[in-house]
Write a protein that binds this ligand. Sequence first.
Ligand SMILES: C[S@@+](CC[C@H](N)C(=O)[O-])C[C@H]1O[C@@H](n2cnc3c(N)ncnc32)[C@H](O)[C@@H]1O
Length: 294
Amino acid sequence: MVEAPTHVPVLLEEATDLLTGNRGRIYVDCTLGGGGHAKRILEKNPSARLIGIDQDEEVLELAKENLREFADRVSIYRANFADLDLVLREEGVEKVDGFLFDLGVSMFQLRSERGFSFQIDAPLDMRMNRDQSLTAYRVVNEYPQRELERIFREFGEERFSSRIARAIVDFRKKKPIETTGELVDLILSAIPGRFRHGRIHPATRVFQALRIEVNRELDNLEVALEKTVDRLNPGGRLVVISFHSLEDRIVKNFFRRHRGEFRILTKKPLTPSEEEIRRNPASRSAKLRAGEKL
Ligand SMILES: C[S@@+](CC[C@H](N)C(=O)[O-])C[C@H]1O[C@@H](n2cnc3c(N)ncnc32)[C@H](O)[C@@H]1O
């Protein structure tokens, strides 16, 4: 059997201490993934129940396995966290004591052949929820040039968005762009030579942008955060770990908008220690913000 790559939970102790510090009864992990954070929540609070949500069917299998010893305290839902109200209704729960969001993709997804990574040649897919029809293939091959350019600029903060969009549209007149490898080659050929060997891989930003577009990541986050407000008991906690500035801005603005309803628990966002970054380089861009419902 091929061993699944392990996902190392980011800011594990910090996030779970902040969440369970109120000794609550019910917590919701909105991004269950492999269940790393969830397991620690259940260990730290032996009387708590946990509702786990993830839209990716494949990772849920891993979570089930990982949380087997806690099965009597865990309910798992395959859903989009933007529908967390529907999950709570299904579970028959009105209010909870905490929500955790650990955003982005897991190592299982990054290392899979589902097109999330520019380091693995695979079909252009990038869907977390494989039932949806929008894929990275469709975005790359069907969106008009100005839309591609906008996505790369807004969601990737890519300085060469216009050149890359033009190169894509020129190429696809001849044949569709089918794989991550083809897309990486196109990006490399579209940017000026001296930018091909920077500190971060030149395809990083375009891949981030496509993933955000395909999975509607920013919209879903906005919707989900709003839905947590009325669902938290007084003293209930909201903990969000984000991985890039667009997500962090949404979280920061959310807490600003709801200033009178939350006590901020992180004056400045928490970031991983040097030691954590050394152990797990994927954690390096993480920022954690948390608030307590008044
Ligand atoms: C960084 S991983 C979480 C890892 C997890 N905390 C752990 O310790 O194993 C993020 C997870 O969130 C899921 N996800 C992202 N956006 C989602 C959404 N809108 N609805 C539901 N799940 C989502 C992804 O499928 C992925 O499994």
